[in-house]
Write a protein that binds this ligand. Sequence first.
Ligand code: ADP
Ligand code: MG
Length: 618
Amino acid sequence: MAEEIKNEKGGISVETEHIFPIIKRWLYSDKEIFLREIVSNASDAITKLQRLISLGEVKDIEFDGRITVSVSKKARTITVSDNGLGMDAEEVKKYIGNIALSGALEFIQKYEGESEGATDGIIGHFGLGFYSAFMVADKVDVISLSYRGGDSVKWECADDGSYEMTVPYEKSERGTDIVMHINAEGEEYLNASTLRAVLDKYCSFMPIEIYFVDDDAETKEGDEADEEKPINDTTPLWQKSPSECTDEEYKAFYHKVFGDFNDPLFWLHIKADYPLNFKGILYFPKLTHEFASLEGQVKLYYNQVFVADNIKEVIPEYLLMLRGVLDCPELPLNVSRSYLQANGYVDKISAHIVKKVADKINSLFKNDREKFEGMWSDIKTFCEYAALCDRKFYDKAKGSLLMEVVHGGFVTLSEYLESAKETNENTVYYSSDVELQAQYISMLEGKGIKVVKFAQMIDTQFVQMLEGANENVKFKRVDSDITDALKADGEVEHSEKLEKLFREAAGDDKLTVKCERLTDTSIPAILSFSEESRRMEDMFKIYAAGGMNMGGGFAAENSLVVNVENPLIKKLSESDGEINALLAKQIYSLAVLSQRRFDENEMKAFLAASYEVLSKLS
Ligand code: ADP
Ligand code: MG
């Protein structure tokens, strides 16, 4: 060839010696994103050419966009090739050799207003995209041929910002190859399976087909067909219209993206138009235990490019208990996290999602109550946590939030209050441990009072929240403040004698002993806690579980309620039998036992006393 070969040397403009170290330090913790950036640029280059064709600016090209990522451990290179619009020497210098100038920005400015949506789908604005390659490479070659023809170019850039350019170069097909010469920091990515995993993570849903090639792998027979399959799904489910998606598709997408073999309980497909412009699918996973719910995963995408998991700054934390994908092309990603938090757009996204989630819960409740009750145990923690974190969620969904009734069924708060009008107006009785509190529960049930279950850690706070949100309504654990509902009418005289007897039996000379007339005469005595002090104790436990040292803990005040209508108690107050002390001890122990578990010493003492009682009977 008689062509003159230009060889030009130079340095990146904009004080690169300052910028390179910053790039390395700034992005160091997240090295792997170099692949996202370089593949995104390839995708942009293809999208741009497709756009020029659709605008009629380019007439004689017809092509299928295609990106190839190849790795060679032997050559220590990772190469990303595209058949997009390519660049000539001037463009390489202008767009890549000049950090401050963003090609995508210029492209958008030029074609803005040309046609509706002409700039849709152009990925960019991640920051210093191309230069992120220097986190893993000490030299990067850009080899390109523009769609306009002309000379191809090879531009070799070292990590000190110096470059060398060769024009023309031996590239005959339109498009760009980015060859990264991997340094020690990027070593791990030379491993084909590691690189493939990073590619899958960020690029599984990119809009252009991506092929992966391990250059060192020996081709075996039958391999070829395999290689020809793109690694990505270019039209992910969230981009489709909800009316076009089947349940099977939603489930299959869930299984694939979250590697969960179980089906999700339900899902919602969100498509928010202008000005929010985001799409996504949120799944409610089936839970296996209380805290499983905290391990959800919401993946954030930017025009089908994965950005991050569980970004607290973008979605309220409680929504991160769910699983799903959100594609937010309007989100400014190259800004700080604190900016994202302060940014009104993020609040609006959150508010929109929260409203959709509440709507979905309400419609499930309304349309198929039975099915909804069937899944309540799986979504209860989410709903309560959401209500605690976000009053707006509570206000929207409160009519659908259920409480499980001990011995069957579910009720909403308003249904409970309606049915409690006659017996226990404005008071909701709940149990935190159905077995331990069986005695108390059956006493209340005997009066026709429903008891609901609130047995989880979160319930302590949820109950407080419900009281705050519903004036006049009080929640009482079944063993708290022996209530009027269980007492028979009439004054009861205090008995010094019983007080003394039971204080001795309990080995506690400060024990509060109250004489009451209970409607269930078969019960001699029960322990009663003040609801308030017990809640304090619960809060202390939560803090302690969270690793917070509150110093010594807190024990709720309790008192022994002695039922003067019970024959055994009557006998104790009327007689002075030798056996009275032993009987009182057993009655006290049984009252404790119906409230909590014994410790080791209490258990031994209880058994010994029980044998003694039996021997007296023989
Ligand atoms: P951004 O993508 O935000 O514009 P980058 O640093 O990632 O910033 O890329 C700088 C510019 O280099 C791009 O805007 C584009 O003009 C050009 N460029 C990078 N990679 C390619 C490619 N594969 N094909 C064509 N142009 C590219
Ligand atoms: Mg880019």
